[in-house]
Design a protein around this ligand. Structure first.
Ligand SMILES: [Fe+2]
Ligand SMILES: [Fe+2]
Length: 398
């Protein structure tokens, strides 16, 4: 199915759901009003740098939506999420992400004595991530999107981001916490032996067949190593690491397995591995927009399970949490939360007025409830950086 057809279907479904909702709502209450223009004019422009710096370095901040601990919303999707438990604040989520990242940076080094690594530490970090993902912690999804734009340590970011996004797919499959934990641990360790090929990966050129064949060994080598590292500690499906480059149409490696010969965890990691790599840059290309990365996956959809692609679209989406978008109101906004039943209309936080002027209070719009505003497009990372430069220059003029 072409991307356009999928989008048309999604939109049609959303529109009919919205029409049904609107019918019953119309008599009861009017559409929520847009903020008054006068109020926007009065807003003093704060410094802009923290917001869009996300794509430049790792010291970025997410708009402070919930700086305090908040209660998780009641789960809409059953057992996979916990109900009514306190979830982490932005700061705590950042700490969790960064602590895990430091661990991975230490692990994904050449010449490390893997067998002396305390796998329990990594396992406990994954457990914390599971807890938070089950509570719908959108901050972790935000980091998975906005982190990983630096060339150095790309492998550590990639491993952690694949872990977070894979869990999101697991939640969509209504996995319990034990399955999420197993999936997360496999995902975070899936590219352990890519370390051996770091120099090859950095080459800004097409690899030779021999070089590519060498790289392919990381799947099997990684699985063997992880098996040794976790021996006697926990039982996980190591085969998912061996198989994370297999494709359901039989075109993957190392064994050219088909369909159900491939473990479900491996199918998830394989899909997310492609998506995560797509939305982040590599030495030989810029990052793709999320829609482009999804299009690439849909173009080769026979390689992945359709139901997993559907969950990827519904839960991570064309406009993932963290991406910067242009609205039909000509405002620039950042996606802060998904609406799983209507992935094209997430919750956004408006960052700038159409004039390019920043807002003092960054207005939040649930696009699902505001049909008068739609997302026109995602801004690419270069656009975001240019926008930042322009706005910072304006700031300095003032
Ligand atoms: Fe890999
Ligand atoms: Fe990977």
């Amino acid at each position: 199915m072409r991307m356009a057809d999928i989008l048309r279907k999604v939109r049609a479904k959303q529109e009919s759901a919205q029409q049904d909702k609107d019918k019953s709502k119309d008599e009861k209450k009017p559409v929520s009003p847009q903020p008054k223009k006068e109020e926007e004019k009065k807003a003093a422009p704060p410094s802009l740098s923290p917001i869009v710096r996300a794509y430049r370095d790792d010291k970025s901040e997410q708009p402070k939506i919930k700086s305090e601990k908040t209660e998780a919303l009641k789960p809409a999707d059953g057992q996979s999420r916990s109900s009514k438990v306190v979830k982490y604040s932005y700061e705590e989520s950042l700490k969790l992400y960064e602590e895990t990242l430091i661990m991975l940076k230490q692990l994904l080094k050449e010449d490390i004595d893997y067998l002396s690594v305390d796998i329990n530490k990594i396992n406990m970090q994954v457990e914390k991530i599971v807890e938070q993902m089950r509570l719908g912690n959108e901050h972790l999804l935000y980091f998975a999107f906005t982190r990983g734009f630096k060339e150095e340590d790309y492998l550590s970011y990639h491993s952690l981001n694949v872990c977070i996004y894979s869990m999101e797919i697991g939640i969509g499959l209504v996995y319990d916490k034990y399955k999420l934990h197993e999936l997360g641990l496999l995902a975070v360790l899936h590219d352990l032996k890519m370390v051996d090929h770091k120099n090859l990966i950095k080459q800004p050129r097409k690899l030779t067949k021999e070089e590519f064949n060498k790289i392919k060994e990381h799947a099997r080598d990684g699985a063997e190593l992880v098996e040794k590292m976790i021996k006697g500690y926990t039982k996980i499906k190591i085969s998912a690491i061996t198989q994370h480059h297999e494709r359901v149409d039989g075109t993957g490696y190392p064994n050219g397995l088909h369909g159900d010969e491939i473990d479900e965890y491996a199918k998830i990691i394989s899909l997310i591995d492609t998506f995560e790599a797509g939305i982040h840059p590599r030495t030989y290309r810029n990052a793709y927009l999320a829609s482009q990365a999804l299009q690439e996956i849909i173009n080769t959809k026979d390689k992945y399970e359709y139901r997993l692609i559907k969950i990827l679209i519904d839960r991570i989406g064309m406009f993932p949490v963290g991406c910067i978008v242009k609205l039909s109101s000509k405002e620039i906004a950042q996606v802060i939360k998904m609406n799983y039943d209507r992935p094209m209309t997430p919750v956004v936080q408006v960052l700038f007025l159409s004039s390019g002027r920043p807002l003092k209070e960054r207005r939040i719009i649930d696009l699902k409830k505001s049909p008068e505003v739609i997302i026109k497009r995602e801004l690419n990372k270069e656009d975001v950086v240019k926008l930042q430069d322009k706005l910072l220059a304006k700031d300095e003029e003032r």
